[in-house]
Write a protein that binds this ligand. Structure first.
Ligand SMILES: [Zn+2]
Ligand SMILES: [Zn+2]
Length: 150
């Protein structure tokens, strides 16, 4: 008999209890995401095309975050499962727990790497320290300001 192999694709365990209650909302996010991905590229810059994707990812993560931490409407088991299955951005949520990052739009905006010379994105700067006429919109995700002080 050939040795049993545990194929990753065979993990067809049903989602934890409570999933049905949020399934519709998750489906809505999924549809929005599909629309964003299939949206026409006409007249848009390449980076503008990915903004909606980031924004929807953010909204979905926020929804799951609120359901667990704010409303306590889902179980830890379900919450962990959702994170593991990519329904929410675990890295982003980890940041929201830190003071000053409660409204962070996407992790790219605080990442320092070789391609990004500024350590912090314009959208992280509190509005009151900026010129009123200054138009804040970051190129990473199209965020118009996510400083906790706003
Ligand atoms: Zn931002
Ligand atoms: Zn930004």
């Amino acid at each position: 008999m050939p040795p049993m192999r545990t194929a990753a694709g065979r993990n067809k365990k049903p989602p934890p209890e409570g999933f049905e209650d949020i399934e519709d909302t998750l489906l809505e996010f999924q549809n929005k995401m599909k629309d964003a991905e299939n949206a026409s590229h006409d007249g848009k810059k390449k980076h503008e095309m990915i903004w909606p994707i980031f924004q929807i990812t953010h909204q979905r993560s926020k929804y799951i975050y609120d359901m667990y931490y704010e409303k306590e409407a889902i179980s830890k088991t379900l919450y962990d499962w959702l994170l593991k299955n990519g329904y929410a951005d675990a890295m982003l949520i980890a940041k929201w727990k830190k003071q000053g990052y409660e409204k962070l739009c996407c992790v790219r905006c605080i990442q320092t790497n070789e391609t990004n010379f500024r350590s912090t994105c314009i959208c992280r700067v509190p509005k009151k320290t900026l010129n009123e006429s200054q138009d804040i919109q970051c190129v990473n995700c199209g965020c118009r300001g996510c400083s906790s002080g706003d």
